[in-house]
Design a protein around this ligand. Structure first.
Ligand code: SF4
Length: 155
């Protein structure tokens, strides 16, 4: 179940105005995200860090920002960006697998792109959020069983 808290009708990513503030280190990845990125020619060791304690695979930090943030603040993997980045202008507030999978999303605070650009396709956001929940749940199970090393060996 996806809960979108707060409303944004239109949005355009104004990354130059906010200094790409969403492109922080540690964006969580699913296996499908990792496969899309490695298909571009990156090897997992280039851009991935693992967190066995939290059962997460994340994008590495480069100079305090996301590894894929370019010199002009552009996303250098734009067409293949991770599911979490596709949820913008919403950020994940909570993910829970207690009973049924739940994700709560909230608009990014002080985003300068809110209100301009294209109409937000909520159905697409919900579909991407649902994919993340499903893929992330699978990743958590596999990380518990095999650890990051075992999961990455199967890529
Ligand atoms: S993958 Fe691209 S959009 Fe996502 S945080 Fe990194 S630079 Fe930003």
């Amino acid at each position: 179940m996806i809960h979108i808290l707060g409303n944004v009708d239109k949005w355009k990513c104004e990354y130059k105005k906010c200094n790409a503030k969403c492109c922080t280190p540690g964006i969580p990845l699913t296996i499908a995200d990792i496969k899309r990125i490695t298909a571009l020619g990156y090897s997992p060791g280039d851009f991935l860090e693992s967190d066995d304690a939290n059962q997460e695979l994340r994008i590495k930090n480069k100079n305090g920002r996301c590894f894929f943030l370019g010199e002009k603040l552009e996303c250098t993997i734009r067409e293949n960006e991770p599911l979490v980045c596709r949820l913008l202008p919403f950020k994940i507030m909570e993910v829970s697998y207690a009973d049924e999978p739940i994700m709560r999303l909230k608009p990014v605070v002080d985003c300068p792109g809110k209100g301009s650009g294209k109409k937000i396709d909520k159905k697409k956001i919900e579909a991407d959020a649902t994919s993340f929940l499903r893929e992330n749940q699978q990743l958590i199970r596999n990380m518990r069983k095999k650890g990051a090393k075992g999961v990455l060996e199967e890529l």
